[in-house]
Write a protein that binds this ligand. Structure first.
Ligand SMILES: C[S@@+](CC[C@H](N)C(=O)[O-])C[C@H]1O[C@@H](n2cnc3c(N)ncnc32)[C@H](O)[C@@H]1O
Length: 306
């Protein structure tokens, strides 16, 4: 009994627990992490359009359920820690109208947790298939939905962040400017006055915007191949590892602690491990939790073979 919800597997940097996070995050396993977690990065389950046997919620129950994590997250987060939540767009069953339950839940979570909204991000996934089919492909009265939002919340308005760690490659035109050391200074249509000097400094990359273009179209990786080989149900809502890496790099430093309470295929843990961060993940579905281990075991095998 004492070991209820103990580690399902461990890696050099992290631990995955199998079970419900509302219990595990409050258990002895997470006690040592109180006020120490630098980033909670997660994509919670969506409110279901229809109630299903395995217990996902909808309506008011969903709002209450997600908001009930405010105290739990607050207990774990370091004073300068961040909470980043991905919320997809969902539709009301049977009609061409969108559901705002996820947003209501987010607002309630924000209110109860006393969080600041540091910034909102859009993750644009150009590989999204058109859906819902009835409204987009059949009746042609809606367009395809190809983005979801990530909400970056924090206990204080000055949570730890450093955009120097996520610089992007300069555009070809900026590379040319830096190479030729020539730029057209002056007033822009926006009213900004651009001085030449500031634009000729090579900052080793450009500062990203809050619209992230990351394709989620991988049809084969170690995880998928393992699931196919052993006929294991693979996770249907995996996010691209680059999305997790972006926020981990931006909001944490090496050896910091990253937690994902709704880990799915444990992309977050995997991203954290590869960036030298410590991590703790929780997933309540055994098949997803168990299959996620392969991300790490294969990495070790590959390492050993070289
Ligand atoms: C949207 S998925 C996360 C996908 C994940 N980001 C990935 O890339 O693989 C949400 C996950 O939360 C899990 N989940 C739902 N309720 C949970 C709970 N109370 N405790 C722990 N996990 C839960 C679901 O089984 C599902 O795998």
């Amino acid at each position: 009994m004492n070991d209820l919800y103990g580690p399902l597997y461990r890696t050099k940097k992290g631990v995955l627990h199998l079970g419900p996070s509302e219990e595990i995050l409050k258990s002895k396993w997470f006690k040592p992490l109180r006020n120490k977690v630098n980033l909670i990065f997660t994509s919670p389950p969506f409110p279901l359009k229809k109630k299903k046997a395995y217990g996902n919620l909808n309506g008011k129950e969903y709002v209450e359920w997600l908001a009930s994590f405010a105290d739990i997250f607050n207990d774990l987060l370091a004073e300068d820690g961040s909470l980043v939540i991905e919320l997809g767009n969902s539709w009301i069953s049977g009609i061409p109208a969108m559901s705002i339950e996820s947003l209501e839940a987010l607002l309630e979570l924000k209110k109860r947790g006393g969080y600041y909204l540091c910034q909102e991000f859009i993750w644009h996934n150009p590989a999204t298939l058109p859906s819902p089919v009835q409204w987009v492909n059949v009746e042609r009265i809606r367009v395809k939905n190809s983005f979801s939002r990530l909400w970056w919340l924090s206990k204080t308005p000055r949570s730890k962040a450093n955009n120097r760690t996520i610089l992007q490659e300069y555009s070809p035109s900026m590379k040319k400017v830096l190479k030729n050391r020539r730029y057209n200074p002056g007033k822009r249509p926006s009213g900004h006055n651009i001085g030449e000097k500031s634009f000729l400094t090579d900052n080793k990359g450009s500062i990203p915007s809050n619209v992230l273009y990351i394709s989620n179209s991988i049809s084969s990786d170690v995880y998928l191949e393992h699931c196919k080989k052993y006929n294991i149900k693979y996770h249907p809502a995996r996010m691209p590892v680059d999305l997790a890496k972006f926020f981990i790099l931006f909001l944490t430093e090496e050896n910091d602690i990253v937690v994902d309470p709704f880990a799915g295929s444990n992309i977050t843990g995997w991203a954290a491990e590869s960036l030298g961060r410590r991590w703790r993940s929780v997933e309540k579905e055994e098949c997803y939790a168990k299959a996620s281990k392969v991300r790490f075991t294969n990495a070790w095998e590959i390492k050993r073979n070289h």
